[in-house]
Design a protein around this ligand. Structure first.
Ligand code: CMC
Length: 427
């Protein structure tokens, strides 16, 4: 392949280098396009624009492939645990047994959250959405950890990673405890990370908490499946905010806000609400399919479609299987699962969905599992955020280590040209 791309504007030719990634992805490096030609490119939604090079996650949307640091998502979700995968994403290699033990212990060491954070939570009404509270609390952590991380100092960066992993899990669970009026509790340093999450959420002072290993294993798998997804909306946000050299907590707080939207992580809550509505209205999946296809109706089939996957989302395949297993093992019969399967079957043979390559995405079945595990619906996106945390940290770290410049897109101005100011009395 030629190593040069040629662009012609107004009869003048410009040449740009062609870059090829390790999986043979091709990019045209237009870094000096404006300097040379005065022109910029337009690509709203960044459908064709790369913002960085990255060694973290590879995804091939046409083939339905997802790999973290070269390892397939199928193998990782089967054989590794969430902290191993987090270490892999953040530090580049799978940990040795010793490194993993140290990582787990170092996270424990940072699990106390400043007591003054509790008064911040007290300021929120009980009805506040947990994602809004989580974004605010993550941002508030900057007040208690004001020192910015020196990314070139390995020890400092490692400590920041452990601190973020530990405190985020605790405050995520507190958003739920606040909403139900439970006393805020503490990480138990004798337990594992995912085990701790369930305790942090559901343990009450009045009776012993009984763990369910099926639930822990299912959550672990779900967290792995959500752990990274290259330059999606929230991750790009984390990298963008971090590119101004804002701190790790501030950048992650921005990522939480981006994730909240129903077109992104908020879709898992929207899917379950949609399935419940279909169920409540007699289970007529066809009616909702018709609504989704009607261009005069803003309704979209939530949990379907993806910006990058134009083939099955590999995570959805794994989650669908896990949903069946978890519901069977827990002995839960959920009519919602049947509606989901009916909708999927109908969409897979429907011309509208087939021609637009709209397949179930990661969020389509995850809510059904969360529901079976006893997680309330408005906590679903918080669950996604916990899973995505190591990805955000890894991408933030990589961006700073690569010394990427501050993110600052261009625009094409289409507003008024210069005009005279009219004094107030003449308008
Ligand atoms: N239901 C009905 N029609 C759809 C849907 C859907 N879920 N998704 C896309 N379309 C149609 C859309 O109307 C458009 O049709 P036309 O070409 O006739 O105008 C076409 O398919 C292309 O859609 P698009 O909006 O241009 O595609 P996009 O790449 O900008 O959007 C998406 C991707 C995920 C935002 C979109 O598919 C969607 O809104 N899905 C529902 C929300 C959802 O499940 N989000 C979770 C995404 S996966 C997890 C995550 O990233 O957080």
């Amino acid at each position: 392949m030629s190593k040069i791309a040629t662009l012609e504007i107004d009869g003048k030719k410009y040449e740009f280098p062609i870059l090829v990634g390790s999986e043979n992805e091709v990019a045209i490096d237009i870094n000096n396009l404006r300097d040379l030609s005065g022109a910029i490119t337009m690509d709203p939604g960044f459908k064709n624009s790369g913002s960085c090079t990255s060694k973290i996650t590879f995804l091939d949307g046409e083939e339905g492939v997802l790999r973290y640091r070269g390892y397939s998502i199928e193998e990782l979700s089967e054989k590794a645990n969430f902290l191993e995968v987090s270490f892999l994403l953040i530090f580049g290699e799978l940990p040795t047994a010793k490194q993993l033990e140290k990582f787990e212990n170092d996270i424990r060491r940072h699990s106390l959250v400043n007591e003054e954070m509790k008064s911040i939570i007290d300021g929120f009404p009980k009805t506040a959405h947990p994602m809004g509270v989580l974004a605010a609390l993550t941002s508030a952590l900057t007040a208690f950890n004001p020192k910015s991380v020196n990314v070139e100092n390995e020890k400092e960066m490692y400590e920041a990673v452990c601190k973020t992993m530990a405190k985020f899990l605790v405050i995520a669970s507190w958003t739920y405890r606040k909403s139900v009026g439970f006393p805020l509790n503490y990480y138990d340093n004798t337990k594992g990370y995912v085990e701790n999450f369930m305790r942090l959420m559901f343990e009450v002072p009045t009776e012993p908490y009984k763990e369910n290993p099926v639930i822990i294993a299912a959550l672990d798998k779900l967290f792995i499946l959500h752990a990274d997804h290259e330059q999606n909306c929230s991750t790009s946000t984390v990298r963008m905010v971090g590119s101004s050299h804002a701190g790790l907590f501030a950048s992650i707080s921005a990522g939480v806000s981006a994730l909240w939207g129903p077109l992104h992580g908020g879709a898992n809550q929207a899917v379950l609400e949609m399935l419940e509505e279909i169920h409540a209205n007699g289970g007529d999946a066809e009616k909702y399919m018709a609504k989704a296809k009607d261009k005069n109706d803003p309704f979209r089939l939530m949990g379907f479609g993806h910006r990058v996957y134009k083939n099955f989302d590999p995570r959805a395949k794994i989650i669908k299987k896990a949903a069946d297993e978890v519901l069977n093992t827990l002995g839960v019969e959920d009519p919602i699962l049947d509606i989901a399967k009916k909708l999927e079957e109908a969409a897979l043979v429907d011309e509208y969905f087939v021609s637009r390559k709209l397949y179930p995405n990661v969020d389509f079945y995850s809510g059904i599992i969360y529901r079976a595990l006893g997680i309330p619906t408005d906590m679903f996106t918080v669950m996604f955020a916990i899973g995505r945390l190591p990805g955000w940290i890894a991408q933030w770290k990589e961006m700073r280590e690569n010394k990427e410049p501050i993110g600052r897109p261009r625009q094409m101005y289409t507003g008024q040209t210069l005009r005279d100011f009219k004094p107030l009395e003449k308008r």
